[in-house]
Design a protein around this ligand. Structure first.
Ligand SMILES: [Fe+2]
Ligand SMILES: [Fe+2]
Length: 314
C-alpha cells in the first residue's frame, strides 16, 4: 500500500479513537496496535488461568461449606475470564493453540503475583482483598478501552471481580476480629502479599516505555503509578477498618498531595519473578502443561465427534 494511504488510514484511526468510537475486529488498525493488544490480552488471559492455581490449592481445605462454595465459585469465575480473553485475542487474529503454547514455553508472561505460594487459609482472604482489588483498579479503566471486544469483556469481568474482592475482604475481616492466632495469621498473610500486590501495577512510569503509545491509543487510561497510588489510598483505609498494619514504615499521609506517601518497591524482586525465578513459577507452568496433556483426549474426542457430524450433514 502507498505510504500516503497508510498515513490517511492512521489519521482516520486516531480520529475515531479521539472521538471515543470503538475499534472493531474488521476495522483497519496499525500493526503495532494489534500486536500490543494481542500481547496485553493474552497476558491477561494467562493471568486469569494461572491465577486459579494458588486458590485452587485451598478448595479442599476451606474451613466450612459456605467458604468452600464461595471459593469454588470465585475460581470458576477466573476460568470464565480467561476464556473471554482468549476469545478476545482471537478476534485480533491470535491463534489459541499458539497463545497457550507461548505460556507453556515461558515466552508469554502472566501477572507476577501468582508466583507466590498460598501458605495459609488467610491467603485466600488477602488474595481476594488485595489481588482482586488491584485487578479491579486495573480493569475498570479497561471497560473504556478503545478495542471493542476487550472493553465489552471487561464489563462483565469487573462485576465478578467486585464479588471476589468482597469475599476476600470478608475473610480477612473475620480473621482480624477472631482469636489472637487468627489475627496473627491475617497479619502474616498481609505482610507477605502487600509488596507483591503493589508490583502488580507494573514498573514505575519512567521505566514503562510502552505506556505513552497505549495511552494515546486509549488501550490504557491511566499510568501504572497513578493506578498504584489510587490502590494504596483505598487500601490503607480498609486495613485500618479491620485493625491490620500495612508492612511499610514509610507509609504516611501527605496533606499537600492528599494521598499516601509510601516506601520503595523492591524492583529487583519484581524482575526476578518476571524472569521466571519467583518461588512458584516452575510449579505454575508445569501445572498448566500437565492440564493440557491430561485434557488432550477430551479435545481429540470433541474433534472426532465434530468430524462425524459434519459427514452426516454433508
Ligand atoms: Fe478475574
Ligand atoms: Fe478475580
Amino acid at each position: 500500500m502507498e505510504e500516503k494511504n497508510i498515513l490517511e488510514l492512521e489519521r482516520r484511526f486516531q480520529e475515531k479513537i479521539d472521538k471515543e468510537i470503538k475499534i472493531e475486529p474488521n476495522d483497519w488498525m496499525p500493526e503495532n496496535y494489534r500486536k500490543t493488544l494481542i500481547r496485553q490480552i493474552s497476558q491477561h488471559a494467562h493471568s486469569e488461568i494461572v491465577g486459579m492455581l494458588p486458590e485452587g490449592n485451598w478448595i479442599t481445605r476451606a474451613p466450612n461449606l459456605r467458604r468452600k462454595a464461595v471459593l469454588l465459585a470465585k475460581v470458576q469465575d477466573e476460568a470464565g475470564h480467561g476464556l473471554y480473553l482468549y476469545s478476545a485475542a482471537e478476534t485480533l487474529g491470535a491463534d489459541r493453540e499458539e497463545t497457550i503454547d507461548d505460556l507453556h514455553s515461558g515466552k508469554a508472561k502472566y501477572s507476577s503475583i501468582f508466583n507466590y505460594p498460598t501458605l495459609t487459609w488467610a491467603d485466600m482472604g488477602t488474595i481476594g482483598w488485595l489481588v482482586d482489588g488491584a485487578a479491579i483498579m486495573n480493569q475498570v479503566p479497561l471497560c473504556r478501552c478503545s478495542y471493542g471486544p476487550y472493553a465489552r469483556a471487561m464489563v462483565r469481568v469487573c462485576k465478578e471481580e467486585s464479588f471476589h474482592q468482597r469475599q476476600g475482604f470478608e475473610i480477612v475481616a473475620k480473621l482480624a476480629n477472631g482469636t489472637p492466632e487468627q489475627k496473627a495469621m491475617a497479619q502474616d498473610s498481609l505482610n507477605r502479599f502487600w509488596w507483591p500486590a503493589l508490583m502488580m501495577f507494573g514498573p514505575n512510569d519512567d521505566s514503562s516505555p510502552n505506556s505513552a503509545l497505549s495511552l494515546k491509543w486509549k488501550i490504557k487510561r491511566s499510568t501504572n503509578d497513578e493506578l498504584r497510588q489510587t490502590f494504596i489510598d483505598v487500601t490503607v483505609k480498609q486495613a485500618e477498618m479491620v485493625g491490620l498494619t500495612l508492612p511499610d514504615k514509610d507509609l504516611k499521609w501527605n496533606e499537600e498531595r492528599q494521598s499516601y506517601d509510601f516506601g520503595e518497591i523492591d524492583w529487583s524482586e519484581f524482575y526476578e519473578v518476571v524472569k521466571g525465578n519467583g518461588p512458584c513459577n516452575k510449579d505454575r507452568v508445569d501445572a498448566r502443561r500437565k492440564a493440557k496433556e491430561d485434557g488432550a483426549w477430551v479435545r481429540e474426542a470433541a474433534m472426532a465427534h465434530a468430524e462425524k457430524r459434519k459427514l452426516k450433514t454433508a
